[in-house]
Design a binder for this molecule. Structure first.
Ligand SMILES: Nc1ncnc2c1ncn2[C@@H]1O[C@H](COP(=O)(O)OP(=O)(O)OP(=O)(O)O)[C@@H](O)[C@H]1O
Ligand SMILES: [Mg+2]
Length: 381
């Protein structure tokens, strides 16, 4: 869940920041206190300082957050391994200024000159900067969004001696935010489409119904079929639904267990939501027709659905064969209702699919050709 990982990250940052300040405090007070107490000779004091300095640098290197320091003029005096990794380069100590990144940008992508970066502002204005955000571009072109925490450092007399900065990589957070924004846009789009679909179904069902009861039954059945497809899509984070599932959801309620009542045969195919919704409606209409007029309206009748996938890289296509047998003898239809309209017009308008329905005396046969988006061919198992 993006929300949970964000709050964990925030907590992590706060802990890191306070731990870092505590270590810094200990380092500076320890340095002054111990020197006063133990400075027997200048040589011993220098040795103690060097040992402390080495320990402190080891500690900074072990930190998972990028940390670097500068002198009062902004020249980089130290950086840890995490900083070198974030920057993707190793700036020259004592020469590189303000920030070790290759290039810097504001969050909106406009270039950020190094001498105006948050670390430069912290040093020039002698104040800690919080709440800033920037993007570092590495020499290999990878951009890393980060939050800096530049903090000026002072000596015992309060004179500015440099600054320390911690850079927190927020790539994961940004990715989660982008993903969330995309989902919200997609949701708006789908809700609009869905309302238009429901309106169209209502109009067509009303025109084809002779009584209110008939309207209510057909309309409810169609909305329920849409809801089933949506639920299956939601289970897969709105990505895809398998064709077999789509068929099972519709046909299972009419499978009385007798041999061959419902036969499904074909490879595993994942349908993207744009295809699954209209195709799910078509399968619902075929099923309802089989129950009302065809093979599933009598005991012993059977429906066999088989499908194949033409996995051409440029135009993958799914073909579905729906065959009803052992039902009542049928002839050419005398009316055209919503089912026919959906198979003949809606499917081709919405997803470019073609349906051919033959009313053979021994039962209905429908042949569907459904183009799939190119990227689907990779996810077909
Ligand atoms: N599986 C089938 N077996 C036999 N006849 C069928 C079958 N499916 C459709 N028909 C015939 O084709 C006609 C048109 O079907 P269509 O689905 O367009 O309309 P409907 O089912 O009568 O009404 P609606 O779909 O609007 O509820 C049906 O009335 C029926 O006579
Ligand atoms: Mg029908």
């Amino acid at each position: 869940m993006p929300g949970a990982s964000m709050s964990n990250q925030d907590l992590h940052l706060t802990l890191l920041e306070s731990e870092f300040s505590r270590v810094l405090d200990e380092h500076s007070t320890g340095s002054r206190g111990e020197s006063a107490r133990k400075s027997n000779s200048p040589g011993e004091a220098r040795l103690r300082d060097r040992t402390r300095d080495r320990r402190f640098r080891q500690l900074l290197d072990a930190l998972p957050a990028a940390v670097y320091t500068t002198d009062a003029a902004g020249r980089i005096t130290f950086y840890n391994e995490a900083a070198a990794e974030l920057w993707g380069c190793r700036p020259e100590l004592g020469k590189s200024e303000w920030c070790g990144s290759w290039r810097l940008f504001w969050p909106d992508g406009t270039p950020l000159p190094h001498d105006q970066c948050p670390m430069a502002v912290a040093l020039k204005e002698n104040r800690a900067i919080r709440g800033a955000e920037a993007i570092a571009e590495r020499p290999d072109g990878i951009r890393v969004p980060f939050i800096p925490f530049p903090t000026p450092l002072h000596d015992a007399s309060g004179t500015l001696v440099g600054a320390v900065n911690m850079l927190v990589d927020i790539t994961d957070r940004k990715r989660a935010e982008d993903q969330q924004a995309l989902l919200v846009r997609e949701l708006h789009h789908r809700v609009k489409n869905m309302l238009a679909t429901v309106q169209a179904i209502m109009g067509s069902t009303a025109r084809a119904s002779t009584t209110i009861e008939e309207f209510q039954q057909a309309f409810t059945g169609r909305i329920m079929a849409l809801a089933r497809t949506h639920s299956s899509l939601a289970e897969d984070e709105w990505q895809a639904i398998s064709l077999r599932n789509l068929l099972c959801h519709e046909l299972e309620p009419y499978d009385d267990g007798s041999p061959g009542r419902v036969l499904l045969d074909g490879p595993a195919v994942d349908l993207p939501s744009a295809t699954a919704i209209p195709l799910g409606m078509a399968i619902h209409e075929l099923t309802t027709n089989a129950v009302k007029h065809g093979a599933l309206s009598v005991l012993g009748g059977s429906v066999a659905v088989s499908w194949t996938l033409m996995d051409e890289p440029d135009h993958p296509e799914l073909t579905i064969e729906w065959v009803e047998r052992n039902g009542p003898a049928i002839g050419p239809p005398t009316r055209r209702g919503f089912g026919s309209q959906l198979l003949e017009r809606v499917l081709s308008n919405q997803i470019g699919a073609h349906a051919m329905v033959s009313y053979e005396p021994e039962g209905l046969r429908a042949h569907l050709r459904v183009p799939l988006p190119c990227r689907m061919s990779a996810s077909v198992q």
